[in-house]
Design a protein around this ligand. Sequence first.
Ligand SMILES: Cc1cc2nc3c(=O)[nH]c(=O)nc-3n(C[C@H](O)[C@H](O)[C@H](O)COP(=O)(O)OP(=O)(O)OC[C@H]3O[C@@H](n4cnc5c(N)ncnc54)[C@H](O)[C@@H]3O)c2cc1C
Length: 425
Amino acid sequence: MNSTNDYDVLICGAGVGGLALAVALGQQGRRVLVIDKRSKETLVHRGEFLQPRTLGILQNWGVLSTLRTRGALNIRAMQASSANGAFMGQLNYELLPGSFNYGMVHYYHETKSALYKEANSLVEIRDNTQCVDLRFNSYGEVIGARLLAGQKEYEVSARLTVAADGRTSQLRRWMGISASMYEYPHQLLGLDLEHVSHLEPVMNAFLSSKGVRVLYPMPGQRARLYVQVERGELAKIKQQGMASWREQLLRDTPALQVIAEQIPDDFAGAQLQGAWNFCSPIWTRPGFALIGDAAHYVHPAAGQVMNAAIIDAWTLASELQAAATGEHLNEREVAQALTAYGGKRPTEFAYIARLCHRMSLCCATTSPALRAFLQWCMWLNRGNKRLQYVVTYNMSGLGVRRFTRRERLYQYGLLPDPNAAVIDF
Ligand SMILES: Cc1cc2nc3c(=O)[nH]c(=O)nc-3n(C[C@H](O)[C@H](O)[C@H](O)COP(=O)(O)OP(=O)(O)OC[C@H]3O[C@@H](n4cnc5c(N)ncnc54)[C@H](O)[C@@H]3O)c2cc1C
């Protein structure tokens, strides 16, 4: 424990984003303190899909092997199908260059605990410790925070304070950064299925008239099923009872017959999750940075949010490394790194967020006319490897490759694509 409570970086929040940053900075040899107001992990269905770029980062940190040892599964594609299971389109990871041409699934608590294990060997982590206020110097720059552990309140100094405190970030609000959040009109009901050994290594989105149903295999012969429900609908569903709801679900989405017997008999293990889209207009202030859900969020069915948190951590740590001249960071180096991080990462993320928003609307819409149009576009492009590659590349986290105007015309079927079979690496 650092007796002076003086650090290079203070990370508020030990979710996946905060722990990822702790690993990256710990491996650079920085003095880092991570705090979290929670003391123990609750088991939640979230952040289970790791995109190819994230796998490369986790490999670099030496964390990927832990996940593999703990049974993580490779996923070769994210696929959209009709309610009957007819193929409509896919993000085909096998098209990607490099060795990470696949995604991976594991339980959120496993990814978090693999990061925690590595971070804990490198930096100081204090659980049960809440950030209750930020500290500023006379120029308005952040110089640390006030922390509360039990009854004891104390001050910590840091060249950089990072808000990794989740979607409803208090630190973001204390900095006066307001982020307007779009809440989707639906929610996702997550079910844990047991004894499922027959699913392909694919994340499948079935587009039904009642919205999207996402199904994918999980380690330990299990599977995850997310069912789109209207906000407030769960109470009615519970009243209706599982047997009758399951019957209706299989009628709406006959493709789910493959797991009909594995759908649980009650809602005991079911979890309801909301869906939002937002991107903070400002990610940095002097001595302060936002990462992860505190900075942004997209629809969880896009399988992006946790990955974006890890890429934020990687980018910020890389900029700090590039600016550093010695073992410890000074204010000038932090300012230089924040300019680079705040200039690059939000623009990159905003493009991916727009893409995710469009894809989510496309998959989740229950409007018959819109469904027919969007699904026609997907059907039209189902064999277009070039467009498939561009979308897969963007969604895999490898970078941003914007669609040209001409490609948009191909997408909407307004022009035939003469190079549909040619992948432009
Ligand atoms: C239904 C659902 C499905 C999802 N599926 C996916 C998916 O497939 N793929 C994907 O990439 N992502 C997914 N996500 C998102 C993913 O879970 C998050 O993006 C990821 O956990 C990263 O979050 P974070 O570390 O930024 O914040 P969080 O995980 O929210 O962590 C914030 C931490 O900060 C702590 N904290 C808060 N306030 C304070 C304070 N004042 N002082 C100290 N500590 C504080 C909290 O206790 C918490 O531990 C999903 C989310 C949902 C809801």
